[in-house]
Write a new protein. Structure first.
Lengths: 110, 117
């Protein structure tokens, strides 16, 4: 089935550092989504991207829809402790149900 | 708050028992999804509905699992004869339907954590 590959699988950074993560697909997507999940909670939608090359920001978060339409990137600037969690990329192949990557676990050292 | 609501939040059951979970989507959303998530993994698709019609069911889904969405409102997910391997977080999500341009933006509930002992 459709798979999304996220990289890196985990990150350990110092508070205040910038973070970059990415997601690749074996097929073309028309939409890319980024979610954050805290322990014991459901994923929360952060950013939705609809157009190749699109760059969208949500506060300190910036995401880009890759021009090949097979990848997407998420950057977090000036990380703070509440950024800790697992970040998932997701997309709907053939505009049907969402498929998810395996997640990037972010840990921040104060 | 009119977000996606799931009930119960936690369920502990003995192996072999049946369990049923409920999901109330955001009121104007006509797509509803069920996902399962185990520790360290991303959400895994189970099934989804467009209004009351079940459009797709994962081939990985055992026939012990069944979902309904009567009248296109709330949905239930039932697991019959539970097994220890069914222990997971069960997530429900909803989104706007076809033609809205935002069909992919799924909003999740807080999940139901199932533990089979």
């Amino acid at each position: 089935g459709q798979q999304l590959n996220q990289s890196p699988q985990s990150m350990f950074i110092q508070e205040g550092e910038d973070v970059s993560m990415n997601c690749t697909s074996s097929s073309i997507f028309n939409t890319w989504l980024w979610y954050k999940q805290d322990p014991g909670e459901g994923p929360v939608l952060l950013i939705a991207l609809y157009k190749a090359g699109e760059l969208t920001s949500n506060g300190r978060l910036t995401a880009q829809f890759g021009i090949t339409r097979k990848d997407s990137f998420l950057n977090i600037s000036a990380s703070i402790p509440s950024d800790v969690g697992i970040y998932f990329c997701a997309g709907p192949p053939f505009n049907q149900k969402l498929v998810f990557g395996q997640g990037t676990r972010l840990t921040i050292n104060p | 708050d009119t977000g996606v609501s799931q009930d119960p939040r936690h369920k502990i059951t003995k192996r072999g028992q049946n369990v049923t979970f409920r999901c109330d989507p955001i009121s104007e959303h006509n797509r509803l999804y069920w996902y399962r998530q185990t520790l360290g993994q991303g959400p895994e698709f189970l099934t989804y509905f467009q209004n009351e019609a079940q459009l797709e069911k994962s081939r990985l889904l055992s026939d012990r699992f069944s979902a309904e969405r009567p009248k296109g409102s709330f949905s239930t997910l039932e697991i019959q004869r539970t097994e220890q391997g069914d222990s997971a977080m069960y997530l429900c999500a909803s989104s706007l339907g076809v033609g809205t341009g935002r069909i992919a933006e799924a909003f999740f509930g807080q999940g139901t954590r199932l533990t089979v002992v």
